[in-house]
Design a protein. Sequence first.
Length: 277
Amino acid sequence: MIDRTHALPLTKQVIALGISRSGIYYTPAPPSEADLALMRRIDALHLEMPWWGARGLRRMLAPDFPGVGRRRIATLMTKMGISAVAPQPGTSKRHRAHPVYPYLLRHQTITRPNHVWAMDITYIPMARGFVYLAAVMDWASRRVLSWRVSTTMDSRFCLEAVDEAIARYGRPEIFNTDQGSQFTSADFTGLLTAHGIRISMDGQGCWRDNIFVERLWRTIKYEEVYLRAYATVSEARAGLGRYLTLYNTRRRHSSLADTTPDEAYFLTLRSPLRVAA
């Protein structure tokens, strides 16, 4: 990785790493106002109809965004880190060189906190621009154990969130994610295996395999994000932090016998929660 603070000149660093010299000076252009408006609308439609791909979304967007083509929508979906949930060629975002682990939760009875943790990443629109939110959730209690906000979709903020969750709450028996390249990377899987955690990954395009995190994203966006217009990354981080504290401590779930995630996590569920996956 390039280190701009290192004593070794950048030109020699790129030679040592075997990467293009021009790449270290490239600064991507920020998205236009038109693209940001389109991305916010794509995000809202994807929450309502996650089975729609770029073709279906183009038809849905045509009345408000005439002339927007399928390829532009597909490009923005990739930037946002979303895809249609139905299995189909080309929708996987995993790195082909990274190994994929089997899904371990099918027919499992999730009986207690720290049995299974799950993690995912979602796109968060702001007034100008956007960020990504990663969260670690305890499957049985729905409690958000840790979270991070980032302006890029690399694995570092995911690793930080997992490190924090393990440091504060110990380790789960199983850790479930999708097949995104952040989660299949050697750094991420190595962190889990170093702690003796079994790795589980959703089937390609199978959103129901991680359904509780998907429901969390929908809740956060309709109850917090879409009601705000965060002006800065720090404002987004503060707003999300306030909401996630409320979610853990005050939002009661009928599926948890009307307890909060905090109560379900710390007091233990009265009866096992059977998860059909």
